[in-house]
Design a protein. Structure first.
Length: 318
């Protein structure tokens, strides 16, 4: 009897026969290509090492000026903060204390001002700030955020776009800040409605010690209502408008000081990172150079052995 396949006219699948491919010995060619690849890689790493060393020198030269600017900015901030004494001004917290504080104050309409850098290659100074904010926001989704710096904007705009009021980039002139550069941030903060503003930035302790810091400040209505400025003699100007302008000036002082300190932290972190990168590139070059010399010597030894073996074979034939 014919099977069902034959009755329906369907064809049986044919067996596929693949001819065995000849194998060739490419050991000599493979060795030469590897030497060429190693040489190209060593050249590229040498170029990277020169770049990182140059970036370290540039960061080191700029750091001294940034630290001098930071000292002046801190004195400026201390003088500005005298007007908001007795607990009415800003409060500072490190990462752990701030996290404990936010655990007790959930579902509050707070404004976060994240002050990041414009460029990378500066260690973890940006990622540590972003990580701190994300840990706090995970327990308190009711927040608004304003970002300064390209790195903070790129990290937050995808997942926290609805909470982001604005992002200001390219502030200052290559790490140098003027007081007028704070105007875009100050205007947006003054227009926002919030219970408390929380400025997240880096605190420069030393060249090898940089920590996240949060500086909190009450809203404008709180300052105008509770700050005891009405005991001072004022002119005929509108007192509420005068205090509102004073509050904006105070916020600008806070942002300016934080941005200058952030710039010093960025340069310090970049100097350390580029120093480590230069050392790593040097160690990698040493390993590749050793591997290159061993492989090259092995190839030379193999060629000499073949020449000697051929010469001995010729003698035997004679």
């Amino acid at each position: 009897m014919l099977g069902r396949t034959a009755l329906t006219g369907a064809r049986l699948p044919r067996a596929v026969v693949v001819a065995a491919q000849p194998t060739w010995d490419y050991s000599q060619q493979r060795s030469m290509a590897s030497l060429k690849d190693l040489k190209m890689r060593m050249t590229s790493i040498e170029s990277i090492k020169k770049i990182t060393a140059s970036m370290k020198l540039v960061a080191t030269s700029k750091l001294n000026g940034a630290r001098a600017d930071m000292a002046k900015a801190k004195a400026f901030w201390a003088a500005s903060n005298l007007a908001f004494a007795d607990g009415r001004g800003a409060e500072e917290f490190d990462a752990d204390k701030f996290h404990d504080r936010t655990e007790k104050e959930k579902n509050q309409n707070d404004l976060y001002v994240l002050l990041s850098s414009e460029r990378g290659l500066c260690g973890s100074i940006n990622s540590s700030l972003i990580r701190l904010c994300k840990n706090v926001w995970a327990n308190n989704p009711n927040f608004q955020v304003i970002v300064a710096g390209e790195k903070g904007k790129a990290s937050l705009q995808t997942h926290y776009g609805p909470n982001m009021l604005t992002a200001v980039t390219e502030m200052g002139n290559k790490g140098k800040f003027a007081f007028a550069d704070m105007e875009p941030l100050v205007d947006r903060i003054a227009a926002a409605e919030f219970r408390e503003a929380r400025f997240v930035a880096n605190q420069f302790n030393s060249v090898i010690s940089i920590e996240p810091r949060v500086r909190t400040l009450k809203s404008k209505s709180h300052i105008v209502e509770e700050a005891d400025f009405y005991g001072f003699e004022m002119d005929d100007a509108d007192k509420d408008e005068l205090l509102a302008n004073l509050y904006e000036h105070y916020v600008a002082c806070n942002i300016y000081t934080s941005m200058v300190e952030n710039s010093a932290s960025e340069l310090s972190a970049r100097m350390t990172s580029m120093d480590n990168a230069t050392k790593n590139a040097g160690e990698m070059l040493d390993r590749l150079n050793l591997q290159y010399n061993r492989q090259r010597q092995a190839g030379i030894t193999t060629e000499l052995s073949e020449i000697i073996s051929g010469a001995e074979a010729v003698k035997d034939v004679k």
